[in-house]
Ligand binder design. Structure first.
Ligand code: C2O
Ligand code: CU
Length: 545
């Protein structure tokens, strides 16, 4: 195994990823940032310099479990203090499993300002996947706002509440196209011919098989990804091999990664559209467009047909059926424990708390403490956050189909303490928002673990009958899973990774508004914490090296 060194400088730069000028957060001048490509077992060392001048930063390695290094998870407020402007922090961790992963900012809502990239972990020499391909490519999908994240964050935490709204553009590998001729657009701010916003083109050779690693790091949007005229065979999800199945369009939620195989077996006399369309929300954001360029056509040659329109935004059925179609590859099944030691039901609701618009789990809206949990638990600074355990369930009288009263919702920074080495089930229960007849889509992401996806259902989870329908035979393991509108999702994991781990909705504004929890497990087994993660809250006294 190798040690791979990266030296990154994080700073604001004016960019025009969708032709419209905005201050973006870049790594070494780029957004998306540099890709990390490594082999299973390698050690990644990232020397990160914060040159944002006035903002803190932290970077999370999404999908990497950080076994033995829980302090390197990069989650500000949970596993480390923020990296202050001017400071350098060294992340060092092992990538212990092959697959497709991501990295992104985990401080405030900085991720959506452009601080993200991909991690590709290859198999050791001599080993091969249960599928064959000629070329390997990565694509990250994001959505893009013209307002600064700072202005958005202020709006979300103001009375009256100012919602972030729908994104202006969808970016495919950091490129999109905003219509500069729109009314009210200052010409100096928008340059339709800027090279920053020429569409992403993926050049392919006819007659080959491509593995395309697709990750989504949208701030808000659920997407349908499609390549005109080409079916996709899904073979990997969040680093786990999938029993292959074919789709025309791939639904992908923020925080998920997939590998699909495509065959370049269409007419090589032309190029084809690649599209990313928002689903699950009624919106007017134009779909993201990129070009599949068949060699030797000119990469700038516009495909002769209109881009595929994609599925209806409000048609839930195909999204639910894709979720249900994802199973573990038959030769790589990790059977789940057949029973669990603890079941936590998590009702997802939108609430007003003291006049603020918030998201809650079992009527508790999450906020981060000043002293990161990992340091607080390890150094016995338990006075730094609420010690009353958050609830394992919600009141059975709650009606998930109507606008909730939730009059007694509160904000808290309490954590769930899990018995080390036990099996935990989480039932994510969706509900009506504060808008009549509306329920949203929430992709939940768990740090430090992969979980088995046991099942999905519509309506209210039935504790007696629904567990009988769990897939305990060949469920896929993932680190991010979607909860569909008015539905539930059941997952199971082993609390076997000593540390403190965030579990939250991957929608940037939802987590910011309280949609998350924290799990502590086996913290007594965590080794000595490095000084470099300290320096804030009650961990101030510990000096940085
Ligand atoms: Cu990719 Cu806590 O997030
Ligand atoms: Cu959400």
């Amino acid at each position: 195994a190798k040690v791979r060194h990266y030296k990154w400088e994080v700073k604001y730069e004016l960019k025009s990823p969708d032709c419209y000028k905005k201050l973006a957060i870049t790594i070494n001048g780029r957004t998306p940032g540099p890709s990390i490509v490594a082999q299973q077992g390698d050690t990644i060392v990232v020397e990160l310099k914060n040159s944002l001048l006035t903002e803190n930063v932290a970077i999370h390695w999404h999908g990497i479990r950080q076994i033995g290094t829980p302090w390197m998870d990069g989650t500000e407020g949970v596993t480390q203090c923020p990296i202050l402007p001017g400071d350098t922090f060294v992340y060092k961790f092992v990538v212990d499993r092959p697959g497709t992963y991501l990295y992104h900012a985990h401080y405030g809502m900085q991720r959506e300002a452009g601080l993200y990239g991909s991690i590709r972990v290859l198999l050791p020499d001599g080993e091969s996947e249960p599928f064959a391909y000629d070329y390997d490519r990565s694509i990250i999908l994001t959505d893009w706002y013209h307002k600064s994240t700072y202005e958005q964050a202020v709006g979300l935490s103001s009375i009256p509440f100012v919602w972030v709204g729908e994104p202006e553009s969808i970016l495919i590998q950091g490129r999109g196209k905003f219509d500069c001729s729109k009314a009210g657009i200052i010409p100096e701010m928008c340059n339709a011919t800027s090279p920053d916003c020429s569409p992403y083109t993926m050049t392919v050779v006819p007659g080959k098989t491509y593995r395309l690693r697709i990750g989504s790091l949208t701030a808000l949007s659920a997407l349908s990804f499609e390549i005109e005229g080409h079916n996709m065979t899904v073979v990997e999800a969040d680093g786990h091999y999938v029993e292959p199945f074919v789709v025309k369009n791939l639904f992908i939620y923020s925080g998920e990664t997939y590998s699909v195989l495509i065959k370049t077996n269409q007419s090589s006399t032309r190029n084809y559209w690649i599209t990313a369309k928002i689903v699950g929300r009624n919106n007017t954001t134009p779909s993201g467009l990129a070009v599949l360029n068949y060699y030797p056509n000119h990469p700038k040659r516009i495909p002769p047909t209109p881009p595929p329109v994609g599925p209806q935004w409000d048609d839930l059925a195909p999204r639910l059926s894709q979720s249900l179609a994802i199973k573990s590859h038959r030769n790589f099944i990790h059977p789940p424990p057949q029973t669990s030691d603890r079941v936590i039901v998590m009702l997802n609701t939108q609430n007003n708390i003291s006049g603020y618009r918030r998201w809650s789990v079992n009527n508790v809206s999450f906020n981060l403490p000043h002293t990161p949990y990992l340091i607080a638990y390890k150094h016995n600074l338990l006075h730094t956050f609420d010690q009353r355990p958050p609830p394992d369930d919600y009141a059975s009288t709650e009606d998930i189909f109507s606008v909730a009263e939730n009059a007694n919702a509160t904000t808290s920074n309490a954590a769930y303490r899990l018995q080390f080495n036990t099996t935990v089930d989480i039932i994510l229960q969706n509900a009506n928002t504060m808008t009549k007849n509306n329920s949203e889509t929430h992709p939940w992401h768990l740090h430090g673990h992969d979980f088995w996806v046991l099942g999905y259902g519509r309506g209210k989870f039935d504790k007696i009958n629904d567990p009988n329908k769990y897939n305990l035979v060949d469920p896929i393991m993932k680190n991010t899973v979607v909860v569909h509108p008015f539905g539930w999702t059941a997952l199971r994991f082993r609390a076997d990774n000593p540390g403190v781990w965030a579990f939250h909705c991957h929608i940037e504004s939802h987590f910011y508004m309280g949609m998350g929890v924290v799990f502590e497990e086996g913290v007594d087994r965590v080794g000595k914490l490095p000084r470099s993660i300290m320096g804030c809250g009650d961990a101030k006294g510990y000096h940085r090296p």
